[in-house]
Design a protein around this ligand. Structure first.
Ligand code: NDP
Ligand code: 8X3
Length: 259
């Protein structure tokens, strides 16, 4: 690829870096020599990850606790970034979750609030804090983690699917509103990835959580991180708008082949 962008010394903010895709992304960006801003609620995991990556890749890392459902916390934490960490080049809006898998009429409004507050409002509020600086500098890349659930609806996926459809709409809207700037906006939309996602969806029930992955080879968090790195490294005139990535054994949200 011509004029590939070097990620060395780029400042990359990753939300939800304590597990799964965000965690793998942190490692891949560190490998590429980027400077990492890592956040999540489980600060002790970030501390451990930062220590490992600093030792392994000798990169600069600043980590902080952030619950993306709390608008005031987002504002405070982003505004409190040390001066040398304020010029964010790439924002990876990864923090997200599913809660429950229920028929609409049996859904828990608490689960709905949690998914909407995290996947939708969290992404909105973090982006709102970071974007003005990018626009002022006429440089930056927003990478949203969508889902196959933003392309299709599946039974009992109702509210989770709605949040990921909203992410898709916001990604497209952002791209329109930023037209004429040098900013890029990408959506990376995975199918089934083996992370803690399912464990969180089924609230710690290991058996239910492992069922989706039985008899097939799901994607790994690293597979998705590779796609994110590819998108971020494309030459400045190339914007990967969206990338839908599925395991070979998955043809649609609910159509999988199991051995
Ligand atoms: P994990 O559960 O492994 O990781 C989720 C991450 O999000 C954790 O680091 C968690 O950190 C963070 N997070 C959750 N809630 C909050 C919050 N309120 N504030 C800050 N961080 C939060 O799942 P994945 O890695 O699979 O999920 C990452 C993204 O990928 C999500 O947006 C998910 O919807 C999407 N996705 C996942 C797929 C899959 O099959 N796994 C497929 C398609 C999309 P902490 O709990 O420490 O705050
Ligand atoms: C996560 C994948 O199929 O469980 O977004 O919605 S799915």
């Amino acid at each position: 690829m011509s004029n590939k962008i070097s990620l060395k010394n780029k400042i990359v903010l990753i939300t939800g870096a304590s597990s799964g895709i965000g965690y793998a992304c942190a490692e891949r960006f560190a490998q590429a020599g980027a400077k990492l801003l890592l956040c999540a609620r489980r600060i002790e995991r970030l501390e451990k990850l930062a220590e490992e990556l600093i030792n392994k890749y000798k990169v600069a890392i600043h980590y902080f606790q952030l619950d993306v459902t709390k608008e005031a916390e987002i504002t405070t934490q982003i505004n409190a970034l040390p001066a040398e960490w304020r010029v964010i080049d790439i924002l990876v809006n990864n923090a997200g979750l599913a809660r429950g898998l229920n028929n609409f009429q049996e859904g828990s409004t608490q689960d709905w609030n949690e998914m909407i507050d995290t996947n939708l409002k969290g992404l909105l509020f973090v982006t709102r804090q970071v974007l003005p600086g990018m626009v002022a500098r006429n440089a930056g890349h927003i990478i949203n983690i969508g889902s196959v659930a933003g392309h299709e609806i599946y039974p009992k996926g109702n509210v989770y699917c709605a949040t990921k459809h909203a992410v898709k709409a916001l990604t497209q809207g952002l791209r329109m509103d930023l037209l004429g700037t040098n900013l890029r906006v990408t959506s990376i939309d995975p199918g089934m990835v083996h992370t803690e996602f399912s464990l969180v969806r089924f609230k710690g029930d290991q058996t239910l959580a492992e069922n989706p992955y039985k008899g097939l080879k799901p994607l790994t968090a690293e597979d998705i991180a590779d796609a994110i790195i590819y998108s971020a490294s494309c030459p400045p005139h190339v914007n990967i708008s969206e990338m839908l990535i599925m395991p070979t054994a998955q043809a649609a949200a609910t159509l999988v082949h199991r051995e």
